[in-house]
Design a protein around this ligand. Structure first.
Ligand code: SF4
Ligand code: SF4
Length: 209
């Protein structure tokens, strides 16, 4: 029947409207900002940069590969690579961003930057009270504004953060095991007895007369 969906939707609205006088479960809105709905884990707003440990510079996971900058549809990420390198979570020397800006007045929260990052360095934040009349002072976020510790990532997206930690730890153990095997093989080769060199063949000059 034509309009069946509209009637069904209006019926649900009416049920909630009249039902809200009898049951609080039918109250589908809250009196914001005095009341707030609990945040769900899948919520996302704008990206942030994750760092491990306590030092936001040394622990920053981003290696300034600029993949997110290239893939961002509205081009609201701006990165400048620092020439100085620092070790990553497995001890490998990597580049780092000197500048990492995101213009959140342009960002459309699509999460593509998160999907393409090979280093789990950028994740979606849940902060939403960001309105401001200062367009450039408040909505153009720089590296310092964007960095958050891994503990924050665990607080807002516990399942995803635990999965990432497990994956990074497994990779670290794999690299450490490989390095151990290589070191053992080197030590074994160094300790092995050297073959005695064969005596040099006699030349006419050195041969006894
Ligand atoms: S969420 Fe989308 S629009 Fe926003 S910075 Fe990431 S890729 Fe760009
Ligand atoms: S956030 Fe990820 S994809 Fe973007 S530059 Fe850093 S490491 Fe590369």
């Amino acid at each position: 029947m034509l309009g069946k969906g509209i009637l069904k939707g209006m019926g649900e609205t009416a049920r909630n409207f009249f039902g809200s006088y009898a049951s609080e479960d039918r109250l589908v809105t809250v009196q914001y900002p005095e009341q707030r709905l609990p945040q769900i884990e899948a919520m996302r707003n704008f990206p942030f940069l994750v760092f491990d440990g306590t030092d936001p510079v040394q622990g920053l996971r981003c290696v300034a590969c600029q993949i997110c900058e290239k893939e961002c549809p509205p081009k609201c990420i701006y990165i400048v690579k620092d020439s100085a390198k620092k070790p990553d979570y497995i001890g490998k020397l990597q580049f780092q961003p000197k500048v990492f800006d995101i213009d959140i007045s342009v960002c459309m929260s699509c999460q593509i930057c998160v999907e393409v990052c090979p280093f789990d360095a950028i994740k979606m934040n849940v902060e939403y009270e960001l309105s401001s009349s200062d367009r450039f002072g408040s909505l153009l976020l720089n590296k310092q504004d964007l960095t958050r510790p891994n503990s924050y990532f665990h607080k807002i997206h516990p399942s995803e953060a635990a999965e990432v930690d497990g994956r990074l730890q497994a990779e670290k153990e794999k690299v450490q095991a490989k390095a151990r095997l290589e070191a053992e093989a080197k030590a074994k080769a160094a300790a092995a007895p050297k073959p005695t060199p064969a005596p040099a063949p006699l030349t006419p000059a050195s041969a006894p007369a």
